[in-house]
Design a protein around this ligand. Structure first.
Ligand code: GRF
Length: 216
């Protein structure tokens, strides 16, 4: 069962975005917050990559940003402790993975059960799992000769691309598409889909019962 307190539901959720790469989904979520499409706000950005553009975007928007790499912590429980302390400090309601390539440790998935989202650049369960990230996904879609691909927002557990699907958006594969063209088009659809999914959560419309997602 999803537990987000009533005050957060009334005010909008505090979001922590985890990103490793170019940060375009982070920017789209910040923009959706500024323009009132969502009431939730990104209040914390964490990246395992010190060169991630997500950290730069956070700083430009005066959002606290941390470079936190599991590699720099031993034992791993020290990483979990540090991350959990940040989540507590910034009163995080929802964790948003946006191009974050690391598995989330059980200490975090347990504490934030049903409150961690990821976006994947395909229509899961197709083209998901280990190795299915970045351009690999779009290459595999084109190779399969499918006419439809898209993006999926799903809940996160300890297995790659495994959690319950919240929302999907279809994108047509066009004749002459290259993996790069397809990637760009899917990414544009992700920028709309992620705020839509966050809006469902902040409106308290998402109920998770067993292995089912119900929209109130
Ligand atoms: C997106 O394609 C997303 O689906 C995947 O990683 C990419 C992140 O892109 N999980 P960006 O860093 O948000 O630009």
């Amino acid at each position: 069962m999803l537990k987000i307190n009533k005050i957060s539901l009334a005010l909008g959720l505090n979001l922590c975005v985890l990103a490793s790469g170019s940060g375009s989904n982070l920017k789209a979520i910040i923009k959706a917050g500024k323009s009132g499409i969502i009431r939730s706000k990104v209040v914390l950005v964490v990246s395992n990559n010190s060169a991630s553009k997500a950290l730069t975007a956070a700083k430009q928007n005066k959002i606290p940003a941390y470079h936190l790499s599991q590699k720099l912590f031993s034992p791993q429980t020290e990483f979990d402790k540090k991350f959990l302390s940040l989540l507590k400090k910034y009163k995080i309601d929802l964790i948003i993975l946006a191009g974050y390539l690391k598995i989330i440790n059980p200490a975090i998935t347990k504490k934030y059960k049903n409150r961690i989202l990821n976006i994947h650049p395909a229509l899961l369960p197709e083209f998901g799992g280990k190795g299915m990230y970045g351009i690999n996904v779009h290459e595999a879609v084109l190779k399969s000769r499918k006419e439809l691909t898209g993006a999926t927002v799903h809940l996160v557990d300890e297995v790659y691309d495994n959690g319950l699907v919240i929302l999907q958006k279809e994108v047509k594969v066009k004749p002459g598409d290259t993996p790069e063209l397809l990637q760009k088009r899917v990414l544009r659809s992700e920028h709309k889909l992620y705020p839509e999914a966050i809006k469902l959560f902040e409106s308290g419309k998402v109920l998770i019962k067993g292995n089912k997602v119900i929209f109130k």
